[in-house]
Design a protein around this ligand. Structure first.
Ligand code: HEC
Length: 180
């Protein structure tokens, strides 16, 4: 959240600067005078004296800045990547908690929550789903309590891809519906 806020503030400042620049340039009236290509420029003595030294000085400063900042950037890059992975992981966990939640959960949202917790348990340790089930060979459905597996251990039984498929397509014939 705070990263987003900082980016928004930087963008707002940049936009304000652009607007201010446009207003200032529009209001400035150009001075009437000879065209630049018709005015004599500085003499060689002037150009090759302090002016040249100043330009070379700036070039030296810029090179020094690049020489220091590039290795620093290179050193910091792995940390930056790790931090952004962590940042996106944290965001996924937060969104997942909202999706998983039911009314008893802290993260419950009456718009986004899918109520997984109703069957799989508040803490993901497993639960049960009351459902109507017609046994093979039977003709009348009976009321059963269908065991819903623990999800806090599901990644020890299945790979991430398998879990994604289970959630997307559900388990046909069981209370686990397709959520894709
Ligand atoms: C109506 C109750 C119910 C709800 C709601 C529900 N599930 Fe399930 N889920 C089940 C049942 C029952 C099973 C086991 C089905 C079976 O017997 O194979 C299951 C199985 C699973 C499995 C496979 C676990 C394993 O070890 O086999 C995953 C993963 C899963 N559910 C995730 C979710 C997620 C994520 C949600 C919310 C989006 C959700 N479920 C919502 C009842 C439910």
């Amino acid at each position: 959240m705070s990263v987003r806020l900082v980016l928004i503030v930087i963008n707002a400042i940049a936009m304000a600067a652009v607007v201010a620049y446009v207003i200032v340039t529009l209001r400035a009236t150009p001075e009437a005078g000879a065209a630049p290509n018709q005015t004599p420029f500085l003499s060689d003595e002037d150009l090759e004296g302090r002016r040249l030294e100043r330009a070379l000085g700036w070039a030296l400063i810029c090179s020094a800045v690049i020489a220091v900042s590039l290795p620093l950037y290179w050193l910091w890059e792995p940390t930056r990547q790790e931090k952004s992975i962590e940042y996106f992981d944290d965001g996924s966990v937060e969104r997942g908690a909202v999706l998983y939640a039911n009314k008893q959960s802290e993260s419950y949202s009456n718009v986004n929550s899918l109520l997984c917790a109703d069957c799989h348990g508040l803490d993901g340790a497993g639960g049960a789903a009351a459902t109507n089930f017609t046994p093979p060979g039977g003709s009348t459905p009976i009321r059963v309590s269908w065991k819903a597996p623990a999800l806090n251990t599901v990644l020890q039984r299945f790979s991430e891809n398998e879990v994604r498929d289970i959630i997307t397509y559900g388990r046909p014939g069981t209370p686990m519906q397709a959520w894709g």
